[in-house]
Design a protein around this ligand. Sequence first.
Ligand SMILES: Cc1cc2nc3c(=O)[nH]c(=O)nc-3n(C[C@H](O)[C@H](O)[C@H](O)COP(=O)(O)OP(=O)(O)OC[C@H]3O[C@@H](n4cnc5c(N)ncnc54)[C@H](O)[C@@H]3O)c2cc1C
Length: 477
Amino acid sequence: MLDAIVVGAGPNGLAAAITLARAGRSVHVIEASDAIGGGVRSAELTLPGFVHDVCSAIYPMGIGSPFFRGLPLAAHGLEWAHPELPLAHPLDGGRAVALHRSLDATAEELGPDGPTYARIFGDLTERWRALIAPPPRRLADVVGPSPGLWRTAAAGLSPAARVARRRFVTEEARALWAGLAAHGMQPLVRAGTGGFALSLGAAAHAVGWPFVRGGAQRLADALAGVLRGHGGTIETGHQVRSIEELPAARVVLLDVAPEALARIAGDLLPSRFSDQLARFRRGPAAFKLDYALSQPIPWQAEACRRAGVVHVGGTCSEVGLAFGEVARGLHPARPFVLVAQPSLFDRGRVPPGSSQHTAWAYCQVPEGSGRDMTDLLEAQIERFAPGFRDVVLARHTPDPRALEAHNANLVGGDIWGGACDLRHLIFRPTPRLRPWTTPHPRIFLCSASTPPGPGVHGLCGFMAARAALRALRRRKI
Ligand SMILES: Cc1cc2nc3c(=O)[nH]c(=O)nc-3n(C[C@H](O)[C@H](O)[C@H](O)COP(=O)(O)OP(=O)(O)OC[C@H]3O[C@@H](n4cnc5c(N)ncnc54)[C@H](O)[C@@H]3O)c2cc1C
């Protein structure tokens, strides 16, 4: 009998499997798709020779993950590609504000808002650096109280719109903060949205916002390489519908959506728990576009031409308005668009010797939306990069339903594995002391629908595997 089966080979499934295999347990991973990686895949989606990241593309949480940093991923082919600037945010009139790797350089760029910016981001940036600097430390060692920590917590727990209004005076700083907060895909008036701005900004300063050289798939392949090195095995092309169909194993860890956990486990879970899983609240969906381009995006502002990511959404108020509309079930006329430009910093993504480029972009839409947002999304890019449409060679447009067809975890096109408001980040997927466990002692949930939540960092899988190892050690099963 196997020690563990992991269902789903996304970054969390692979992280769970690696954690179990490194502890000497026999592990087999079963993946529905023909390729491993889940949200960490790349493919030629537009034209031959153009490599696109199918889902995730930017990895502050990956390079900054204490779990990934403890794995020999470079020996298995992983190389990070850092852009010159992690982020730029254009404003009308050809202006843009840049987020630099250096906290000081960013603060200097923000003029009168520089000291406030440095105070807000300084403490968390330092703690993050301390957490990942060798020798390895426990989280508890870098979370001690300090005046800086309370300042950080206050900004993180507040609505991002309020922090922008009260703490910053320039349009540039407010827009930069709002764009960072927008990654949470929540209306910026909600408590806790400041936390997204804080963690992503601090990540940019502490570790950067890199791409994976050659495409996201190489990160998934490196994780699989580590797993196989510890004796783990992976099977693809097998969508699991019921626990009954799995080979005999002491524990089962599922890198799946909470709703799918209820279906797959069936009667093994008490109906009260299954009902809670079925009622799990989803976040908005993403409408994504991948581009093959004849040349780089012709941004008016020079900073945007040097940045890995460009936040296209205008002022803080405009960004807030777009998310407010989506929360009310509307499609924003001026969506907030996240644009990534991997080929500016990784030439392996386009045909050799060409001067062509790739771009990756998405905007938020209501859950399950089937509306084609291409025109609105491109109008936003054109606003800051006139002539953009003229450089498009080909596009690939998976709407939210296509995203879900590609990966069953993206329910209704929700890319974050569930709503990311404060309640759903803490009680994820249900209120439980150890949220990776279920009422059944052999069944665990290890997907991004558990803490610490979405993003490519492997920590949900790592924590779930630790809970499973504890259960295995206690010989409960
Ligand atoms: C468009 C998009 C853009 C994103 N951008 C970023 C980004 O830039 N940076 C970032 O950090 N994060 C980003 N994310 C989020 C990130 O991809 C996810 O948070 C992360 O992949 C979650 O990992 P996971 O292992 O929990 O699930 P997933 O990566 O979704 O993997 C789950 C796997 O389980 C498989 N599976 C599901 N059900 C079954 C079943 N019944 N049987 C067998 N296999 C099954 C799926 O096929 C899939 O391979 C993005 C996501 C999307 C969709």
